[in-house]
Design a protein around this ligand. Structure first.
Ligand code: GRF
Length: 197
């Protein structure tokens, strides 16, 4: 790990497969000059914590219950990000809306991944939304985070065809396989300044 590595914080609430994929890209050298400095989670139940421990990545659990308002909660996260000199904030299944002061401090440096071809199917259960709508393809999107829900500028998308016998489960698995490559690619592009907002 070089001293000039970009310092990423991953924010996750769930099982953390995208977090793990990024750690594996870093190990494999396919996401060079990057370190995941810490995992931040809102819940001690996040599977991502076990992954962090397996990869010797520090974990900070910040429970919203300990804060009176969303702003106070996000202020605490903002402090942690600044304390650790984080360059990029990576949302990977983080089930809370990001607000100020994080948005202002890290504008253009907060990324999210979403399991649809945005602007189609924002919000929860995107693979199910796609199946229910009967579309022939869906995919995943990496985008910058702004005030809108799943509406910030798109960095890149990958397409996934919907097969005749797809269930939410089979479709979600194929989308996630694409996510695991897409997120590393998007981070490389952002760090190489290849993306204009
Ligand atoms: C991913 O499908 C991502 O698109 C969405 O949340 C899911 C997180 O999965 N934002 P995981 O915890 O990374 O496995």
């Amino acid at each position: 790990m070089g001293t000039t590595d970009s310092r990423l914080a991953v924010l996750a609430s769930g099982k953390g497969s995208n977090f793990k994929a990024l750690l594996n890209h870093i190990r494999a050298g396919t996401l060079p000059n990057v370190q995941i400095t810490l995992l931040i989670t809102n819940t001690p139940k996040a599977g991502a914590i076990d992954i962090a421990q397996a990869y010797d990545t520090p974990v900070v659990i910040i429970s919203p219950r300990n804060f009176a308002t969303r702003r106070e909660y996000d202020s605490e996260i903002n402090h942690v990000l600044l304390d650790h000199r984080i360059d990029l904030v990576i949302l990977a299944g983080y089930m809370r809306i990001i607000g100020d002061p994080i948005l202002t401090t890290y504008r253009g440096r907060i990324l999210n991944i979403h399991p649809s071809l945005l602007p189609n199917f924002p919000g929860l259960h995107a693979p199910k939304q796609a199946l229910d709508r009967g579309v022939s393809e869906t995919g995943c999107t990496v985008h910058f985070v702004d005030e809108t829900l799943d509406g910030g500028p798109v960095i890149l998308q990958r397409r996934v065809p919907i097969l005749p016998n797809d269930t939410v489960d089979t479709l979600t698995k194929r989308i996630q396989a694409e996510e695991h490559a897409a997120y590393a690619e998007a981070i490389r592009k952002v760090l190489a300044n290849e993306i204009d907002i």
